[in-house]
Write a protein that binds this ligand. Structure first.
Ligand SMILES: [Mn+2]
Length: 315
């Protein structure tokens, strides 16, 4: 579906339930909030399905918009969800009954009846903006929610996906009248003390390969417990390793409960395609940022990631 067709679809239906993805980021939350408010503005009933993993950084954006699992929707829309495996527990009853998926991931699985996909967009928020502005006024609240979506997904316009189109969307959203300074300060200029401690531990245990072009960091449960870090303290921590001079490809391995390790790969896409590497590991994502969840110990997963990188390099 084109954004025009998606707008026509959204104005024609009602009783919306909006789904966000697991480990929700600024894009999925901002898209959910912006879309929900736009639908309510034109008199529709619309809610975001409660997502228990929403961190403190984002709770204010979904306040007053969420609903529990008892809500019986007429129309189900997913935002920024690429794959079935990214449905939160409460959204699983809707795995095969999403009416419209709005997304920007090239790894989109086409699980919905209709899909509005544009993988050239840095953030799903840009696509939501294109859709909702056709039927709703971009109020400061919608503007701020979608600005959070766009700015966080392109790392405050510093990641390789931050193109002119992303800046144009940001400018258009700023014109809605919200104040972008506190948003930028909160998301991009502020760290908790626990976060800094974690970054110190990651730095101490860092492994450098390929003459420093590839870096791996290992986030263990022990470190998390030692520091007393919450999800908020670990938000977007996979971007950390790529800040080191000379590092083109950064791998963050995070030990998760139940014998799993989550890997996040951030790459210089000219050097290594992150999505290809993670596809070999059963995951997916974008050329410059991708991830996977693997079973095994930190050491086993470390070796599998290194092998997958080699395979893509030599393939
Ligand atoms: Mn996104």
């Amino acid at each position: 579906m084109t954004p025009q067709q998606a707008a026509a679809f959204l104005t024609a239906h009602d009783n919306y339930l909006i789904l966000t993805h697991v480990r929700p980021d600024g894009d999925t939350i901002g898209c959910g909030a912006g879309l929900c408010r736009a639908l309510r503005q034109i008199g529709k009933t619309a809610y975001i399905l409660e997502n228990p993993e929403v961190t403190e950084l984002f709770t204010n954006y979904v306040e007053g918009l969420t609903v529990g699992p008892d809500f019986v929707p007429g129309t189900v829309v997913s935002v920024d969800i690429a794959a079935r495996s990214l449905f939160p527990e409460a959204a699983k009853p809707y795995l095969d009954r999403v009416d419209l998926a709005i997304d920007h991931h090239p790894s989109q699985e086409f699980f919905a009846k209709e899909t509005c996909l544009d993988s050239k967009r840095a953030a799903c928020g840009q696509l939501i903006l294109d859709i909702v502005k056709q039927f709703a006024k971009i109020t400061p609240e919608i503007g701020e929610a979608l600005y959070v979506a766009v700015s966080t997904d392109c790392g405050c316009f510093q990641y390789s996906n931050a193109d002119a189109d992303a800046h144009r969307a940001a400018a258009e959203l700023m014109e809605s009248g919200f104040d972008p300074y506190p948003v930028n300060r909160k998301f991009f200029r502020t760290k908790t003390f626990k976060r800094l401690k974690l970054e110190g531990l990651l730095t101490a245990g860092m492994e450098l390969r390929d003459q420093g072009a590839t870096a791996l960091v290992f986030l263990t449960r022990k470190m998390i417990e030692e520091v007393g870090a919450s999800e908020r303290d670990m938000d977007d921590i996979s971007a950390f390793v790529g800040q080191i001079e000379g590092v083109k490809n950064g791998v963050t391995l995070k030990e998760s409960v139940g014998g799993h390790v989550k890997i996040s790969l951030r790459t210089d896409p000219g050097d290594l395609n992150a999505s290809s590497v993670c596809a070999l590991l059963g995951g997916g994502g974008h050329a410059a940022a991708a991830g996977a969840m693997l079973e095994g110990t930190m050491e086993q997963v470390r070796q599998r990631v290194i092998d997958a990188i080699e395979q893509v390099r030599n393939g």
